[in-house]
Design a protein around this ligand. Structure first.
Ligand SMILES: NC(=O)c1ccc[n+]([C@@H]2O[C@H](COP(=O)([O-])OP(=O)(O)OC[C@H]3O[C@@H](n4cnc5c(N)ncnc54)[C@H](O)[C@@H]3O)[C@@H](O)[C@H]2O)c1
Length: 347
């Protein structure tokens, strides 16, 4: 089996490559990435890309079809991957996350790729406090990032069929340790604050709901999607990936962190404008389709894993929200130094 992973040099990619290397030891793993965050390593012994067989440094907007030769499955992770970046680089977000993704799916089908796995997001449910959203629920994307996922899902769904199986995994918000840690994710941010300054600062009033998933459980779900039969979900499947037990209010996440890391003060901004992005998600369908690939981590062991990982890094940066562990800061720095142009191409 030959598997192409776009965006493999980010937060999820290295965990996925490690996972696929262990469950498909003989597979040819091909990485493809611009390398925006290549230097954002977090205390890993080897460069994660040493576990791929081939690594391309290129732009998913300009893929040469030669890259797709003999590829059986594509895992499409490359994207401008959160709301703040999507706001700052809105047009580029649409180009990379939407247009390039649909083009890639078209080329993949033309070149005989059999499985296309797209990293979508539960953020497409937007503001949805009334009840837990399932796959039939109305979508309500509130940001450019979330819209890019909705549009892509809609259009790649039309390409599926005739031996081309497309799976859109609507992931919960990721958390957990990775060789390229991100601290712009809610639980990772709280653990970083707890370790660096014994302080967790919640930027909202703490009430928004968020479903979470450990990054290694995401890799497990992707493994399932790569090999999914069309009889299990159809030619095109969009499915929420996470677990019902992992729907938390932001303030509960903060208190769980302070329960694991002693002496931490939690401050809630009672005057914050309500965060409209609040959603609870129902994961029954994923449980039905993939009973053997359900999330294994829980909140407490994920917090412990983050704590241990950050302590091993010697992490102590109280101003981490200004650091390159935040994806937007890294892009802004590359722009400011003239290394990336306004289209986020290497200058
Ligand atoms: N992290 C989460 O909470 C989460 C949740 C749901 C969905 N997702 C999705 O999963 C995917 C991976 O997320 P992540 O957390 O690893 O993000 P990340 O930002 O850490 O990694 C994204 C990778 O894509 C690459 N990339 C961006 N534009 C590119 C381009 N034009 N050509 C080639 N490579 C390009 C970047 O260099 C980076 O290595 C994204 O599609 C994201 O939207 C993430």
């Amino acid at each position: 089996m030959k598997i192409l992973i776009t965006g493999n040099m980010g937060y999820i990619g290295p965990c996925l490559v490690k996972h696929l290397r262990s469950c498909h030891p003989d597979a040819t793993l091909v990485g493809l990435d611009m390398g925006y965050f290549a230097s954002c390593l977090s205390n890993c012994e080897i460069l994660p890309e040493c576990q791929t067989d081939i690594q391309y440094f290129c732009d998913v907007r300009k893929i040469d079809t030669a890259v797709l030769k003999d590829v059986d499955a594509i895992v499409h992770l490359s994207a401008i991957s959160n709301d703040p970046m999507g706001k700052t680089f809105e047009n580029v977000t649409m180009d990379i996350n939407y247009q390039a993704s649909v083009e890639l799916a078209k080329k993949a089908k033309e070149n005989g790729v059999k499985a296309f796995v797209f990293a979508s997001s539960c953020s497409m449910y937007g503001a949805a406090e009334d009840s837990a959203k399932n796959e039939e629920s109305q979508l309500n994307p509130l940001t450019a990032y979330a819209r890019s996922k909705v549009f892509t899902e809609r259009d790649i769904g039309k390409i599926a069929g005739d031996g081309f199986i497309v799976t859109s995994l609507r992931f919960s918000t990721a958390c957990g340790m990775s060789p390229r840690l991100r601290l712009d994710l809610v639980l990772n941010d709280f653990v970083a604050g707890a370790i660096a300054s014994k302080q967790i600062t919640i930027l909202s009033d703490g009430t928004p709901w968020r479903p979470l998933i450990n990054v290694k459980d995401m890799a497990n779900a992707i493994e399932w999607a790569i090999s999914r039969e069309r009889t299990n979900g159809g030619d095109f499947l969009a499915v929420n990936v996470g677990s019902n037990e992992w729907n938390y209010q932001v303030k509960d996440l903060a208190h769980a962190v302070s329960g694991v890391i002693p002496g931490v003060e939690v401050s809630i901004n009672k005057n914050a404008a309500p965060d409209k992005r609040s959603y609870r998600v129902n994961f029954d369908y994923y449980k039905k389709l993939a009973p053997n690939h359900q999330p294994k981590y829980d909140l407490i062991n994920t917090i412990e894993e983050l704590r241990d990982g950050m302590e091993a890094m010697g992490f102590h940066d109280e101003k981490f929200r200004n650091s390159n562990f935040m994806r937007l800061n890294m892009l802004n720095q590359l722009r400011a130094n003239g290394l990336l142009n306004e289209n986020l191409e290497w200058a």
